[in-house]
Ligand binder design. Structure first.
Ligand SMILES: [Fe+2]
Length: 289
């Protein structure tokens, strides 16, 4: 029972910083998703990344009215330094209230500078102008159910034309990437050997879950992926998986039954990093005048 009054939800694997500077199918897909969002007059972006976490039982939302950007390696500064970020402080406050009502220990962070996991995606989706954006941290305990609940709590905002995005990685283990071909050829997509078995295996498990389950079953299957025999090979740390939990919360309600993900693009990078891009749901069809 697909519900077209709800905005789509994206899980984007942002990969390395070079995904900002180099062209790829993933970059084309991000732009396409951005164009569609603008064509449907989204009110704003609500995004959880993979590079900002809070200790203890806390989460924070960025309340910095004029955030800077953390610099990135292997990307020409022209690709990002002049891009103006657009914090949505009103929606940020509203999200904090919604999370607080669900007993999250949540507060604003007025000095946080945004990191490439978030601004790489914003620049790629909306190169002309950043829509009003709310940035949510992770919690460093990396509890999948906790992050799923964040997504579930903010899910009603999909009904108000906000676009919820998780930016992390399907297979993302920096320790097992092959960096030498990139250094040798200055090409992050250079691949002298095929991806290793553990990466292919987990990439397939991830795709199977998100494209074959929906609603509460998606939530259960996503948390169970963290017990997959190849999970720790695919994710040496849990940070790039939490945004997928946020997404499962945002699109895993009973009302979302029947809405499975579509894989829009995929870019293997640094041999073993699988940057898969997934979208749940669709925009309402335009009514001909
Ligand atoms: Fe990252």
């Amino acid at each position: 029972m697909a519900n077209n009054t709800l905005t789509p939800v994206h899980f984007f694997s942002h990969g390395s910083t070079m995904m900002l500077g180099e062209e790829s199918e993933s970059a084309d897909y991000w732009k396409k998703c951005g164009d569609e969002a603008l064509a449907h007059n989204i009110k704003g972006i609500i995004i959880m990344g993979a590079h900002w976490d809070c200790k203890g039982d806390k989460i924070e939302l960025s309340t910095n009215p004029n955030p800077d950007k953390s610099p990135v390696a292997y990307v020409h500064p022209d690709k990002y330094v002049n891009y103006k970020l657009n914090p949505d402080l009103e929606t940020t406050k509203r999200c904090m209230d919604m999370l607080s009502e669900e007993d999250f220990n949540v507060s604003g962070n007025p000095t946080f500078d945004w990191i490439h996991d978030v601004y790489l995606i914003l620049i790629r989706m909306f190169p002309s102008k950043c829509p009003p954006t709310t940035v949510i941290s992770m919690n460093a305990r990396y509890d999948p159910h906790y992050h799923m609940k964040i997504g579930a709590t903010l899910r009603p905002l999909r009904r108000e034309n906000y676009l919820l995005i998780g930016t992390g990685g399907a297979v993302h283990n920096l320790y097992r990437n092959r960096w030498a071909p990139m250094m040798l050829f200055r090409d992050n997509f250079a691949m002298e050997t095929p991806p290793e078995e553990w990466a292919l295996e987990f990439r397939q498990a991830f795709e199977d879950v998100v494209t074959n389950t929906s609603g509460p079953q998606l939530r259960r299957a996503m948390t169970r992926l963290m017990k997959h025999p190849k999970y720790r090979d695919a994710h040496a740390t849990d940070d790039h998986f939490m945004a997928a939990m946020f997404v499962a919360g945002a699109v895993g309600d009973v009302e979302d039954l029947g809405v499975s993900a579509v894989m829009g693009a995929e870019s293997w990078e640094l041999t073993n990093m699988c940057n898969s891009q997934f979208t749940w749901g669709s925009w309402p069809k335009a009514i001909a005048a």
